[in-house]
Write a new protein. Sequence first.
Length: 71
Amino acid sequence: MIAPTVDQLALEYAGKLKVVKVDIDQNPDVSGRLGVLSIPTLMVFKGGQMVERILGAVPKPALLARLKPHL
């Protein structure tokens, strides 16, 4: 549900934002290590540290507002 928005942002902010998707069914160790309890969960990492966690399918303007401070 949120994938098209995330894909759009990846294109719009190419070079400033790197988007990586993880299939938690295929990689349950990753979801456990990162504490993913619900889908969708978006995480913003900066310098190897998580700086933002966004839960749920948020609209593009709200998602962008949460991402912009980290760009």
